[in-house]
Write a protein that binds this ligand. Structure first.
Ligand code: MEV
Length: 318
């Protein structure tokens, strides 16, 4: 039996952004990492049924793109999720429009690619009459991540698909995290964009050249992540801040920091933040800084003065 034709209904869905609290890069090599969703920054997708025979047209106005699914290249990031989803369900290309928009900065470590993929998967599943299942959504978005990143650990689309804080080990089911006290985090954009694929492959090349040193760095970061899980559970924000700083020193050693990120980290610490580090692939993108609630304004102002293009606040509740 060939693919089944299924009419679309109108549907819409969204997906959060994410920040990695600790453990980026080493997570690619099997070490644990901790990530939280950023629910205030979202990608959204809409499906609208169209006339019979039009096929599926995918539109991403933020990046000025419009493509017909049937004509999209095999490696077109906009086509990966719809193709994988239709194939999984044995469906023929439906007729209509799939539009995606995102509030998340692109190539900035906040999971914009994964959020767009998750929002697309959810909207299309709904439009085809399915209730989006978190594991299926994550698996579909992982197909897009492989295209963006080359060898992703899977942490980005996992935390976004689950939309809850996760303790993540590559290839394993995510575990939830106990949070003992509210956690206030500022996220600051350096305004420098960087390709995750390039940053991940740079670390890989350096790790291949000096495996012993890099395995030691990765293992040490893994230990910091375990300590951070404890600190989160007991609500020890000072300890967690110190762990952010130690993780940053190791990320610097991995070669993924950037002078513009360093300037933001210095500014946050001088303004009294409990700890600060880059988040995501680095090379640009965003930093995160852990603060006491009454420091928010001072740290935000310091970050803006040090050149942050945008600052967002997020709070993790117990
Ligand atoms: C990117 O958000 C996180 C990295 O660890 C890559 C990955 O885990 O796939 C740099």
């Amino acid at each position: 039996m060939g693919p089944v034709l299924c009419a679309l209904s109108a549907a819409e869905a969204s997906a959060s952004g994410k920040v990695i609290l600790l453990g980026e890069h080493s997570v690619v090599y099997g070490q644990p990492a901790i990530a939280i969703p950023v629910s205030t920054l979202r990608a959204r997708a809409w499906v609208k049924p169209g006339p019979v025979g039009m096929g599926l047209q995918i539109e991403a106005p933020d990046v000025n793109r419009r493509v017909r699914l049937a004509e999209a290249a095999a490696d077109d990031p906009l086509a990966v999720v719809p193709r994988a989803l239709l194939q999984r369900h044995g469906l023929a290309e439906p007729d209509g429009w799939l539009t995606v928009r995102s509030e998340l900065p692109i190539a900035a470590g906040l999971g914009s690619g994964a959020a767009v993929a998750v929002a697309m998967a959810r909207a299309l599943l709904l439009a085809l009459g399915h209730t989006p299942d978190v594991d299926e959504v994550s698996a579909l978005a992982f197909e897009a991540e492989k295209l963006h990143h080359g060898t992703p650990s899977g942490i980005d689309q996992t935390v976004i698909a689950w939309e809850r804080p996760v303790f993540f080990v590559r290839g394993e089911r995510p575990q939830s995290i106990a949070v003992g006290a509210p956690l206030d985090v500022l996220i600051a954009n350096s305004g420098v964009s960087a390709s995750t694929r390039a940053m991940v492959s740079g670390v890989r090349a350096r790790a291949q050249a000096d495996p012993e040193t890099y395995q030691r760095y990765f293992a040490r970061i893994g230990e910091l992540v375990l300590a951070a899980r404890e600190a989160l559970a007991t609500g020890d924000v000072r300890r967690l801040g110190a762990l952010f700083d130690q993780n940053q020193a190791l990320l610097q050693a991995l070669g993924v920091s950037h002078p513009r990120l360093e300037a933001l980290l210095v500014a946050a610490r001088q303004a009294g933040a409990l700890g600060a580090k880059l988040t995501g692939a680095g090379g640009g993108g965003n930093i995160i800084t852990l603060i006491e609630p009454d420091q928010a304004e001072a740290v935000r102002n310091a970050l803006l003065q040090a050149g942050a293009s945008q600052v967002w606040a997020t709070r993790l509740e117990p």
